[in-house]
Write a protein that binds this ligand. Structure first.
Ligand code: HEC
Length: 201
């Protein structure tokens, strides 16, 4: 047999069959990976734990720890405005103007700006019957807020005495405690403005 017959032109044109072989990673990649791994290990070993973070937002572990709760007399002062919004604004409105004929205003009210003792007594026991506020008569029912703590009553009283242009002195929790003790015997709301005024004596 002659050469052209053993390997016809069609076969000689073909490439050799592929065969499997191992192809190692290029040495430069291996070196790079090794260098990165070493750098990572070096970084972890040499980075101090906990304190002294100088990356990210810079806060240290101790700054991120939840605040320690101290239970002895260190309760945060109650927020008078928040209390007002939660407990009073439904009736007296957020702007302290009340609702004409139904809920009296607290802005500019002689009861709010007057003697602390009368205001605190009204908050502790509530009011029923007729009360005159800024020249208008109201005949409604103001609930008692005796369930609030002295500090909370003080905070809300202080807020209404200083909001909406009102400018009367702050009320302390001690003062509230005094009035609470002095009016301990009262079980009913004050029967209107006269009874509330009389509670002064
Ligand atoms: C359910 C509605 C209602 C809520 C809640 C309420 N009040 Fe009143 N408040 C009244 C009414 C009604 C009167 C008038 C009482 C009357 O007519 O006898 C009044 C009267 C008053 C007065 C005396 C009159 C005046 O306008 O100055 C003050 C002060 C007062 N409220 C403060 C507060 C504060 C502070 C709170 C929240 C801690 C509060 N009230 C929550 C309805 C309410």
């Amino acid at each position: 047999m002659t050469e052209p017959e053993k390997h016809p032109a069609a076969i000689r044109r073909e490439q050799a069959d592929p065969s499997e072989q191992t192809r190692p990673l290029p040495w430069i990649v291996t070196m790079l990976l090794g260098a990165m791994a070493m750098w990572g290990a070096f970084y972890i070993v040499t980075t101090p734990f906990g304190e002294g973070s100088d990356v990210g937002d810079g806060r240290s572990a101790s700054a991120l720890a939840p605040p320690k709760v101290v239970h002895q007399g260190a309760a945060p002062a109650p927020d008078g405005q928040a209390l007002y919004m939660a407990r009073c604004s439904a009736c007296h409105q957020a702007n302290g103007q009340g609702v004409a004929g139904v809920f009296p205003p607290l802005a500019g009210s002689e009861w709010v700006l007057g003697p602390e003792r009368v205001l605190v007594a009204a908050l502790l026991h509530g009011i029923s019957g007729e009360i005159e506020v800024r020249g208008a008569k109201y005949q409604g029912a103001m609930p008692s807020f005796a369930a609030l703590s002295d500090a909370e009553i003080a905070a809300v009283a202080t807020y209404i005495r200083s909001a909406w242009g009102n400018a009367a002195s702050a009320v302390t929790a001690e003062r509230v405690a005094q009035v609470r003790a002095a009016t301990r015997d009262r079980a009913q709301p004050y029967e209107g403005g006269e009874a509330l005024k009389a509670s002064q004596q």
